[in-house]
Design a protein around this ligand. Sequence first.
Ligand SMILES: NC(=O)c1ccc[n+]([C@@H]2O[C@H](COP(=O)([O-])OP(=O)(O)OC[C@H]3O[C@@H](n4cnc5c(N)ncnc54)[C@H](O)[C@@H]3O)[C@@H](O)[C@H]2O)c1
Ligand SMILES: O=C(O)C[C@H](O)C(=O)O
Ligand SMILES: [Mn+2]
Length: 546
Amino acid sequence: MTQTADNILNNPFLNKGTAFTQSERQALGLTGTLPAVVQTIDEQAQQAYAQFQSKPNDLEKRLFLMTLFNENRTLFFHLMDQHVVEFMPIVYDPTVADSIEQYSHLFTDSQGAAFISVDDPDSIEDTLRNAANGRDIRLVVVTDAEGILGMGDWGVNGVDIAVGKLMVYTAAAGIDPSQVLPVSIDAGTNNQQLLDDPLYLGNHHKRVYGDAYYDVIDRFVTAERKLFPESLLHWEDFGRSNAKVILDKYQDQMPTFNDDIQGTGMVVLAGILGALNISHEDIRDQKFVFFGSGSAGMGIAHQIFDELQRAGLSADEARQHLYAVDKQGLLFSDTPDLTAAQTEFARNRQDFNNATDLTTLAQVVATVHPTVLIGTSTQPGAFTADLVKDMAAHTDRPIIFPLSNPTKLAEAKALDLLKWTDGRALIATGIPVGDVTYNGTTYHIGQGNNALMYPGLGFGLIASTATVLNGETLSAACHALGGLVDTTQPGAAVLPPVDQLTDFSQKIAEVVAQSVVDQHLNKEPIADVRQAVADMKWVPEYKPVD
Ligand SMILES: NC(=O)c1ccc[n+]([C@@H]2O[C@H](COP(=O)([O-])OP(=O)(O)OC[C@H]3O[C@@H](n4cnc5c(N)ncnc54)[C@H](O)[C@@H]3O)[C@@H](O)[C@H]2O)c1
Ligand SMILES: O=C(O)C[C@H](O)C(=O)O
Ligand SMILES: [Mn+2]
């Protein structure tokens, strides 16, 4: 098809704006459709950055960046490459949370997403085909938005998390942005505020569950595999009752993972390995309390459970190190309404002589004396001074990760944790926080966010043409990230800083690809893993147009 000026300038994958050269303008029929000056991408980036800086708040900054993203992907990612630490909290967590809450009111562009409706399952294949528009899709991020971060159900508005995750994939690992597809599965919403809002853009009915829902998921997966057989399928922010059921159903059949369960489990294990490098302690000597035993909490428990067994413990021994706490308190095998994931880590009541008292986190901490405390509860401030001091009285270097997102939901603040533990806590937080100075030492706080893991993981799987993702590869990636901390400095972070995101994402990708090839899980022959990863990396520079 011959391109017209209109469809070149309106195609974000082709558009270069003022950077089209005179000869390109002539060849493509763009003569006279742009001002005379031909700019370099760096001149364009400089001008765009000045506009970005002029915006009064983070949401306005995000809206500006999304406009640029909608118009010109190459320029957007070129700019993001230059300002990755500054842009991450704007395009991703925490500002993405504000944009999700206001999505329907702020809507101007679909950002290339595919919108699947539970009410129209016959259109699923067409939907994916239309949204891909002939592109060679290698990576799909899908959400049904029942559990957006810790903010609950946001219906179709949640598509922004799929878009945001994909932006981070390209910025961190270099996946070609024309090869990705964000997908929203609109299964309805139980968020009354949305249902009552005439401007809400999703289906105005309650969420569909059960067979009808799983049928839509199955039809989506079937169409996705048919249309994009080379792709990796990433599940994001599904509700607690569906996330693991879906993962269990498909994980042995195709390259797929759930980011909240597995991505989070991996980044947290990496952070714990980093912390243990700093404290020179052994993972087999740790006691782990998980506060918030949902998708993330139990995903983390599972990854640690796996690691303890790799370190030589039996499954039963490993379970004795893990304490899953949820609304009911410590979870016991006879606690009503356990999820499938919770059942795996629920404890025997007989193992505790004060079992009936273990209904609050404070009581669990007082009884167990954990060395590691992980928060994925969505309960702001749940790690109180008393509880943290109690924990710190029984261990030299308490490992405390308040991971609930966004900012307003974090279980504790880094500075408070340092104060309450006399600077001894080894901390990672879900959202980025700046350096914290306490008692003359500057502490770098690692970001315990799956964004440190999923781009490298996904890129490595795609580059190696992996057919499935298994525990061996997950473990290899955890160790790759966990081994990168600089333990020599006082106040060292337990995870590497976001300004090295592109470097360590590449390293994780290589380790993942190597693990896939070593296990013969690659579909295509791969002679040189590093080369395969390097060859797939997309660079945000304009290519000549013929
Ligand atoms: N930092 C990261 O990379 C990362 C990754 C995934 C999730 N998270 C965060 O973790 C949180 C949970 O996410 P999820 O996907 O697991 O959600 P989820 O709904 O699956 O799990 C939340 C769990 O917390 C429990 N909970 C709620 N109130 C509680 C209370 N008062 N006491 C104890 N437990 C309580 C719920 O019953 C549920 O089991 C969210 O805030 C999310 O943003 C962070
Ligand atoms: O999206 C994030 O920032 C991390 C995580 O996937 C979450 O659900 O909180
Ligand atoms: Mn998530």
